[in-house]
Design a protein around this ligand. Structure first.
Ligand code: GLP
Length: 246
């Protein structure tokens, strides 16, 4: 595992975007696994800027997003699809046909999840998976207890995760109780993973995930076993890592 500690959020966003730029310039048909959340906002901004500077071309890139709320689709401003359109998809030259989002309003959610895994497989897997981390160690929405080989599926969100999302809704009660997430299996099968974390409130979970025991209670801890993991942190999020691992 490679850990890059940056001075602040801006630098983190630039370093993370650079990794994607390098990946795409190396392979114009890369398959990217994408994440939502506050952490990745600056990263998407940097990618959009690089696109305008003509440093990057998304024409042949295919994307798979990690997750979506059950019951919401891109017409709903709190959906993750809407987040992606607003912050990234609508601002670059991605072909809409190459964008894969789980449909939170699919008639049969289990079939939708199965189809997603099949599409990832058909695309020969994810080249670069972008991840954030939840306060409880979730990746995507694989909440604590998720099997390390789990498939894409519907699951119940923990209260901690719903609280973290409540800013995007009128109140906590409006936050869906269920979500769909890519499984840990597909994440671990990605050829390369980049995990980002920012801010002091992530310092504890970052230390647990990267240096603690690998266990289901901390889903992100499985990333220690990935052969090609890069972690990009700001100083605040790295504060509880021992000097030796930094
Ligand atoms: C969300 C998403 C994750 C994201 C994580 C961190 O709930 N499901 O994909 O990485 O939680 O979010 P944030 O960056 O806002 O802290």
């Amino acid at each position: 595992m490679e850990i890059i500690v940056t001075k602040n959020y801006n630098e983190l966003s630039g370093v993370a975007a650079k990794m994607v730029i390098d990946q795409i310039n190396k392979k114009k048909t890369s398959i990217l696994g994408l994440a939502t959340g506050n952490t990745v906002l600056g990263f998407y901004k940097e990618l959009v800027k690089a696109y305008h500077r003509k440093e990057i071309d998304f024409k042949k890139i295919k994307t798979f997003n990690l997750d979506e709320f059950v019951g919401l689709d891109d017409t709903d401003h709190a959906s993750l699809f809407y987040f992606m359109r607003k912050n990234f998809f609508d601002k670059v030259n991605l072909n809409p046909r190459n964008v894969n989002m789980l449909d939170g309003r699919a008639k049969n959610l289990n079939v939708e999840c199965k189809k997603f895994d099949e599409q990832i497989k058909k695309s020969k897997g994810i080249d670069l998976q972008i991840l954030g981390i939840g306060l409880n160690g979730h990746i995507g929405w694989n909440e604590p207890g998720s099997g390390f080989k789990s498939k894409t599926r519907v699951l119940n969100l923990t209260l901690s995760s719903r609280r973290a999302q409540s800013g995007n809704f009128e109140n906590l009660r409006q936050v869906p109780k269920k979500a769909m997430t890519i499984g840990m299996g597909a994440i671990m099968e990605a050829k390369k993973i980049m995990l980002m974390a920012s801010g002091e409130n992530k310092a504890d979970i970052v230390a647990k995930a990267l240096t603690g025991k690998v266990r289901k209670k901390v889903p992100a801890s499985i990333l220690q076993r990935h052969p090609n993991l890069t972690v990009v942190l700001d100083e605040a999020a790295a504060a509880k890592l021992h000097k030796s691992v930094k």
